[in-house]
Design a protein around this ligand. Structure first.
Ligand SMILES: [Zn+2]
Length: 289
C-alpha cells in the first residue's frame, strides 16, 4: 500500500513534498521496502529533475529549490517529544520551508494547494500516549497559527483544519488537575522511544522517572517487562499513566466519534459528512473533476 502511494507521489508531478517514510521509495536490495526494485529517490532526481534531500541536517543547511522532495526520515518522522532539534525539523519548519518554496514557484500567481498532516497525533493516540499526542498537537497548533497569519495577509486563502477520525476514545475523568497537566508538559519521551531504550538495555525505572515523571511500583515494572514487546505494551503504559493523570483511553484503535473542523471562512457549518470537505475545496478552487 505505502509502496503504491509513493509511486503515485512520483507520478503526480507535485511541486513540493516533505516528510518521512524514505524506505518506501527505496528497493529492498538497498535497505528499503520496495519489491518492484525501483529507487524512486533516484528517479525523482534523475528523471523528473527534483532536488532530493534525504536528511534533516541537509534540509537545514541547503538552499532549496522546486521541484523539491525532502524524504527526511528512513521510517516515520520522529515524535515531537523525541525530536532532536539539530537532526530533525519540526512540522512548523517543514511547513515554513514548503510554503516559501510554493510562493517562490508560483510566478504567475495562480495560487496553490498545500496539504499539511500532523500525522503522528494519530500514532500517539493509538499508543494511548497522551503526552506525546499533546506535544504533537501543540506543534500542529503553532503551525496552524503560522498558516493563519499567512492567510491574513493573503485573504483569498481558504484554510480547513480537521481530522479523518478520532483515535483512542479518550476522555478526561474526574480528578484531572494541574499536576496532570504538568506531567504532560514535563514528559520528554514517547512510550514508543522508551520501549526502544529498554530493549537497548536501559533501566526502565530510571527512564520512567526521568522522562515520564512516573515512579512506577514493582508490580507495574513487572507488568511492563512481561509485555514489553507484545501488542499489549501500549495499553498497559496507557493504564499506568491513567492512574496518575486520569486521562482515560477506551481503545488503541480509531473510534466513531465526530471530529471538529476549523476554518478561516464560513464554510461547512454544523453536522457535515466528511465527503463535503473535498467538494468545498473543489468548488473554492473552481476545479472540474
Ligand atoms: Zn490511525
Amino acid at each position: 500500500m505505502k509502496e503504491e502511494i509513493s509511486k503515485q507521489l512520483y507520478e503526480k508531478n507535485i511541486t513540493v513534498l516533505i516528510g518521512g517514510g524514505r524506505r518506501h521509495f527505496i528497493p529492498t536490495s538497498e535497505g528499503g521496502t520496495r519489491r518492484d526494485g525501483r529507487n524512486l529517490l533516484n528517479e525523482f532526481r534523475d528523471k523528473k529533475g527534483y532536488q532530493v534531500i534525504s536528511t534533516g541536517k541537509e534540509f537545514f543547511n541547503t538552499k532549496l529549490r522546486t521541484p523539491f522532495f525532502g524524504a527526511l526520515s528512513h521510517d516515520q518522522t520522529p515524535y515531537e517529544v523525541d525530536r532532536n532539534n539539530t537532526e530533525n525539523p519540526s512540522l512548523l519548519f517543514m511547513v515554513q520551508k514548503g510554503l516559501e518554496l510554493l510562493i517562490e514557484s508560483d510566478k504567475e500567481k495562480r495560487g496553490f494547494f498545500l496539504l499539511i498532516e500532523g500525522s503522528r497525533i494519530d500514532h500517539a493516540m493509538h499508543n494511548n500516549d497522551i503526552a506525546s499526542a499533546t506535544h504533537e498537537l501543540l506543534m500542529f497548533d503553532k503551525t496552524y497559527e503560522y498558516i493563519h497569519k499567512f492567510a491574513e495577509k493573503d485573504p483569498d486563502t481558504l484554510i480547513i483544519s480537521t481530522s479523518d477520525h478520532e483515535t483512542g476514545g479518550m476522555s478526561i475523568l474526574g480528578g484531572f488537575n494541574q499536576n496532570s497537566l504538568n506531567m504532560i508538559k514535563e514528559t520528554s519521551m514517547s512510550t514508543e522511544k522508551l520501549r526502544e531504550m529498554v530493549n537497548a538495555g536501559q533501566d526502565i525505572r530510571n527512564l520512567m522517572r526521568q522522562h515520564l515523571k512516573i515512579n512506577p511500583t514493582d508490580i507495574e515494572v513487572n507488568r511492563i517487562k512481561n509485555e514489553l514487546n507484545t501488542p499489549n505494551y501500549f495499553k498497559i503504559m496507557g493504564e499506568i499513566i491513567y492512574q496518575r493523570n486520569k486521562i482515560h483511553f477506551s481503545t488503541t484503535s480509531h473510534s466513531g466519534d465526530d471530529v471538529p473542523l476549523f476554518s478561516n471562512m464560513n464554510v461547512l457549518n454544523g453536522m457535515t459528512d466528511n465527503t463535503e470537505v473535498a467538494k468545498t475545496i473543489k468548488n473554492y478552487l473552481n476545479l472540474n473533476f
